[in-house]
Design a protein around this ligand. Sequence first.
Ligand SMILES: CC(C)(COP(=O)(O)OP(=O)(O)OC[C@H]1O[C@@H](n2cnc3c(N)ncnc32)[C@H](O)[C@@H]1OP(=O)(O)O)[C@@H](O)C(=O)NCCC(=O)NCCS
Length: 197
Amino acid sequence: MRAAGYGAAMSWVAVRTAVVADAPSIARVHVSSWQAAYRGILPDEVLDAMSPGQREERWRQILSGGEGSGFTVVAEVEGRGVQGFGSGLPQSRDDDAGERSGEVTALYVEPSRWRRGIGRRLLAEALDRLRSNGCQEATVWVLAENHSAREFYASFGFALDGAEARQVTSGQSKVRLAASLAKAATPHQSDSAGTGT
Ligand SMILES: CC(C)(COP(=O)(O)OP(=O)(O)OC[C@H]1O[C@@H](n2cnc3c(N)ncnc32)[C@H](O)[C@@H]1OP(=O)(O)O)[C@@H](O)C(=O)NCCC(=O)NCCS
């Protein structure tokens, strides 16, 4: 577990490997983050039909069955529990991926905690884990219209790599971003940044 104390006025954030008992919290963050980030991008009926209960079951299966070579990490905020999670695979799922190309498959933060540095802590940890697995590059798919996520990844050195596709369920356009792990920037990792909770 990585914990960082941020001084008297700040709460600590710890990033650690997810366990089965995190399934309800991950499901809650997953649904609330989708509903906030994708409103106006994905159809309302898709977002409104999402339920933490269904997601919880799915996450329980994923976390209890092992994730193969993949991983999920959570960010726990002092006094508030899990407020974000990220998942990755050391081998990208894409047919055109190189041998050492890893993938960030999910990264979600509770909307009321956005812009407090939790996402950057999770992404830094995910990229470290990919690097430790020998990855030289990381990719991530984002909805083309998800401008805030694109800005977020750009701050870590991710850029469009030219691949585009349609999301299976919604038909929405998505784009792939890639970053070299040798050079991937982690400009905001200073432990002096608190969550301001
Ligand atoms: C994308 C997401 C994970 C970012 O998490 P976060 O905790 O809010 O991000 P951070 O506070 O760590 O931001 C780090 C940097 O990213 C950039 N950034 C983050 N959100 C941004 C936004 N909405 N607009 C512009 N830049 C943004 C900024 O450079 C920011 O640094 P700063 O706050 O010092 O300016 C979060 O907004 C989220 O859960 N979104 C919904 C789900 C999603 O789109 N996930 C990505 C696709 S898998």
